[in-house]
Write a protein that binds this ligand. Structure first.
Ligand code: SF4
Ligand code: MG
Length: 332
């Protein structure tokens, strides 16, 4: 399996009046070609910041910390000039931002937005671009003729989101990043859009990196799952491995809390407590105030990622041999 994207030691900081907020903290993650990798975490865990850092479009005043690396097919995107980076955005890596429906220009017809996007990156005749756009709109189950001549307000939220997905595929990118691709849409429309994404992946094999708070939804479609908590990836592995053999107490909590993963509703249990204030996160393991297995060691030292084999990694002292040796941690 080849990695198309390797995130290495990525940190993003925001300087706020209250202090420095490290929204993404030393994250490393591999994304393999032709797979769907999902990053799951509660809102505020740093998902959107991580997503935008990949294309080096972190919102001001966010700063990507020195020493971070984003390797796309081996090239560190963070070392490229803005000019060089433009060759990657849309062409190689396309991104559907959170609440992307709202990013369509309300006073420009869809067909003109498509032309503009295409021509900003490549040259072709209008006719060629319309043909490509029509195919893609048809693919996302929209009527190209009607949609092309519409203004955004003439389309529903779900239709706009599908226009955005079609737009993201316009230049045939190798990697599609989706940040909460269905938030703000009703449940039926959400399912419909996920269905389209799965079909797209089946037909084209396009690599996807999807950020979501909804573990139940990605359970059905992802090949790999990374779990994010308070700016850090705490566990990552193949989907079956995570579902049947989750190691991190937070991952287990997320799975137990997910609505459609358990048949017996009475067994569903929300994780107690709240995520930390990111300006002053707890010392040691950031999950320790909410973790029923926390011990002195967890309150003092931050766990690092341990490779458990089978491409399954976890950051928790329960699996830390040093901690186990001195008897301060206890597995299961
Ligand atoms: Fe819980 Fe300790 Fe593991 Fe953190 S390191 S998840 S506090 S057991
Ligand atoms: Mg977000």
């Amino acid at each position: 399996m080849d990695e198309i994207l390797q995130i290495r030691n990525l940190s993003v900081e925001f300087y706020t009046r209250r202090g420095v907020l490290r929204a993404v903290d030393s994250v490393s993650l591999d994304v393999y070609k032709n797979q769907i990798t999902a990053v799951v975490g509660e809102s505020g865990s740093g998902k959107s910041t991580l997503a935008s850092a990949i294309l080096n479009v972190v919102q001001t005043p966010g700063i990507i910390v020195e020493g971070s690396e984003i390797l796309f097919e081996g090239v560190d995107l963070l070392k490229l000039s803005e000019e060089e980076m433009r060759k990657y955005r849309w062409n190689e890596i396309a991104m559907v931002f959170q609440a992307a429906q709202n990013s369509l220009n309300p006073v420009v017809k869809i067909k003109d937005q498509i032309l503009e996007t295409y021509k900003a990156h490549r040259s072709a005749t209008d006719q060629e671009i319309y043909e490509r756009a029509s195919k893609l709109l048809d693919y996302v189950r929209l009527d190209p003729e009607r949609v092309l001549k519409s203004y955004p307000h003439e389309l529903s939220g779900g239709m706009k989101q599908r226009v955005i997905i079609a737009l993201s595929l316009l230049l045939n990118p190798k990697l599609l990043i989706l940040d909460e691709p269905t938030t703000a849409l009703d449940v039926i429309t959400q399912a419909y859009i996920f269905d389209i994404l799965v079909q797209l992946h089946k037909d084209t094999g396009i690599t996807m990196l999807m950020f979501t708070h909804d573990v139940a939804i990605v359970a059905k479609i992802a090949d790999r799952l990374a779990v994010m908590y308070a700016g850090k990836i705490v566990e990552v592995g193949d989907i079956r491995e995570i579902f049947y053999n989750a190691k991190h107490p937070y991952t287990r909590g997320l799975l137990n809390a997910a609505p459609s993963l358990l048949d017996d509703v009475s067994k569903r249990k929300a994780i107690k407590g709240l995520p930390p204030d990111m300006i002053s996160p707890p010392k040691g393991c950031r999950f320790h105030p909410r973790c029923s297995l926390a011990n002195e060691y967890c309150r003092e030292y931050e766990p690092c990622m341990k490779d458990l084999g089978n491409k399954h990694l976890v950051a928790c002292h329960l699996y830390d041999k040093e901690a186990l040796k001195d008897g301060s941690a206890d597995v299961n």
